[in-house]
Design a protein around this ligand. Structure first.
Ligand code: PEP
Length: 245
């Protein structure tokens, strides 16, 4: 049985002071969330602060990226072992903003996911199509290619212990959400490609999830939780989403 997972992606938002308030708000309401696990993916520099603030709660911590390299002369990069040192459990990999603004290819995303997994992090591997790709009927081709790259590099055992996030690019930060049926179609497609371990893998939906639309998304058979951007910056919204789990 897959347990609902709700992950907040703070992106490049926050400050020490604002984060302390936000996490305190989330922690104070966390007892109302009975049926979901929660995680906060904060900017690198705040990971230790957030980890300390959620210590002894049902909330985990994750990063928004990881280096493909293990250590060495890679200025500005953050390794998987550093993330583990800061109490991270998860690492978001291949978010569409990394693919779009940092030129991350399907191959690099797959290699990062493998590095994270081998180091002991749980990769949250993001897949998603653009509006143009959807409108030209390419959804399964694009998602299939992104997933295939991860499967070739990681192998089935590693994917079975990872998390996949389907995030249609056109729904991220736009206020447009895929309908539950649109999302379920793609989640079902992804699961159909996962082979014998398919039922073990959590597949999250991401794209303008809010407390008002979480329950109908989570009611879909292959939607196992959410990756939440904007709404994760509001404690009540984030808790409202997790409480729908
Ligand atoms: C995201 O950035 O992963 C995301 C889903 O953002 P939003 O919820 O704001 O659409």
């Amino acid at each position: 049985m897959r347990r609902t997972l709700v992950v907040g992606n703070w992106k490049m938002n926050g400050s020490k002071e604002a984060n302390a308030d936000l996490v305190a708000g989330i922690v104070s309401e966390a007892g109302n969330v009975a049926n979901a696990d929660m995680a906060i993916c904060a900017p690198f520099v705040y990971l230790s602060d957030v980890a300390n603030a959620v210590n002894d709660t049902n909330i985990s911590v994750g990063s928004q990226d990881v280096s493909v390299h293990l250590e060495g002369a890679y200025t500005g990069e953050i390794s998987a072992s550093m993330l583990l040192d800061c109490s991270c459990k998860y690492a978001i990999i291949g978010h569409s903003e990394r693919r779009q603004y940092h030129g991350e290819s399907n191959l690099l995303v797959a290699q990062k996911a493998l590095t994270a997994y081998k180091s002991g992090l749980i990769p949250i591997i993001c897949l998603g199509e653009s509006l143009e790709e959807r409108e030209s009927g390419q959804v399964e081709v694009i998602i299939g290619e992104q997933l295939q790259a991860v499967q070739s590099v990681m192998g089935a055992d590693a994917i079975a212990k990872s998390v996949i996030a389907y995030e249609p690019v056109w729904a991220i930060g736009t206020g447009l959400t895929a309908t539950p049926e649109q999302a379920q179609d793609v989640h079902g497609f992804i699961r159909s490609r996962l082979g014998t371990d398919a039922e073990k893998v959590s597949i999250l939906y991401g794209g303008s999830v809010k407390s008002a639309n979480a329950a109908e998304l989570f009611a879909q058979k292959d939607i196992d939780g959410a990756l939440v951007g904007g709404a994760s910056l509001n404690a009540q919204e984030f808790i409202g989403i997790a409480a729908a789990g």
